[in-house]
Ligand binder design. Structure first.
Ligand code: NAP
Length: 296
């Protein structure tokens, strides 16, 4: 094992980080360090052979946690409550990695985060990509499409009412399963990098909202009518349905983004990186039809 790289996964108690760390342990990709704000949550990963370290991007002594690490999987945080906070966290992580001598960083970004994106949190990802490019550290950027699992938030309500209010028009998206994204992240970290690289991590099938609705209706046996609304109507409808006023425009921006064609990307990167056939949305719906049919 002397030549094996030391790999650290941040956010190892989150959905994506935990799976990426587990896959790295299963595939014996190197010495695996699982980093998280609260190591007590991931004792099971220690039992599987991971070293646990406390990793908090808000910690001024963060570089100590990255000592001896060759390659880092930097998982974007969920700090969306305070504008600018997430980018500050990611920049702090890159700085700390540089100080600790980390040679390569794999980062989980989003599709088309460039200026002009209607998604309010796109600048966090774009800024992090820029900071990586300027860091002097090697990088792999994984622009993860929207997870299939995000549909757990909206579809139960859609199926209960039979109506899907959408401002996405005929825009298309190729949702990726979080499991495929975890395999892609693990593979990108495990492979000896050959320079810098950027991948779009997506499902294989581009679908409109109407096509997604049709698949969901077929899987659950419940009819869905897609009702076209404007961005403003969508935002107001979500507020009326109880969504906090600051969150409604964020959710509505996903439809704007889709309508503009910003997420109409289907790449073969999951297959190239992992050898896996990406899980289709149809498979996702048929595997989860019970959970999707019951509003949480
Ligand atoms: N593509 C999509 O559709 C989509 C959907 C949702 C989220 N995301 C993004 O992808 C990331 C991973 O997704 P997920 O499903 O695993 O999210 P999740 O389960 O909500 O996990 C949130 C992650 O943020 C990390 N985090 C929060 N504060 C941190 C801090 N101060 N320092 C270091 N890490 C911190 C957590 O790490 P610990 O708790 O272990 O410290 C955890 O890994 C999310 O954080 C978000 O940026 C993408």
């Amino acid at each position: 094992m002397a030549n094996q790289p030391t790999l650290l996964v941040t956010g190892a108690s989150g959905h994506l980080g935990r799976r990426a760390a587990e896959i790295l342990l299963e595939t014996k990709a190197g010495k695996v360090i699982a980093g998280t704000r609260d190591p007590s949550k991931i004792g099971d990963l220690a039992a599987k052979g991971a070293e646990l370290r406390k990793v908090d991007f808000d910690d001024p002594a963060l570089s100590d946690a990255f000592k001896g690490v060759d390659r880092l999987l930097l998982i974007s945080t969920d700090a969306l409550d305070t504008p600018g906070k997430r980018l500050r966290q990611h920049k702090a992580a890159i700085e700390a990695a540089k100080k600790a001598g980390v040679k390569h960083i794999v980062y989980t970004s989003m599709p088309k985060p460039e200026p002009g994106s209607p998604i309010p949190f796109a600048p966090d990802h774009y800024g992090t990509e820029q900071a990586l490019a300027e860091s002097g550290i090697g990088w792999t950027v994984l622009r993860n499409s929207w997870y299939q699992e995000n549909l757990f938030h909206s579809l139960p309500q859609v199926l209960a009412s039979g109506k899907w209010f959408s401002a996405a028009g005929d825009g298309k998206v190729a949702h990726v399963s979080r499991e495929d994204a975890a395999y892609a992240a693990a593979a990108a970290l495990a492979t000896q990098p050959n320079g810098n690289a950027r991948y779009d991590i997506t499902g294989s099938e581009l679908l409109t909202t109407k096509e997604i609705a049709k698949l969901a209706a077929e899987a659950t046996g419940k009819p869905i009518e897609v009702v076209s609304v404007t961005d403003e109507q969508l935002t107001q409808g979500m507020i009326a349905a109880g969504l906090p006023a600051f969150l409604a425009p964020v959710f509505a921006s996903f439809d704007t983004n889709t309508r503009k064609g910003n997420i109409a990307i289907a790449s073969s990167a999951v297959r190239e990186l992992t050898g896996r056939t990406p899980r289709s949305l149809q498979q996702f719906f048929s595997a989860n039809k019970e959970a999707l049919s019951h509003a949480h």
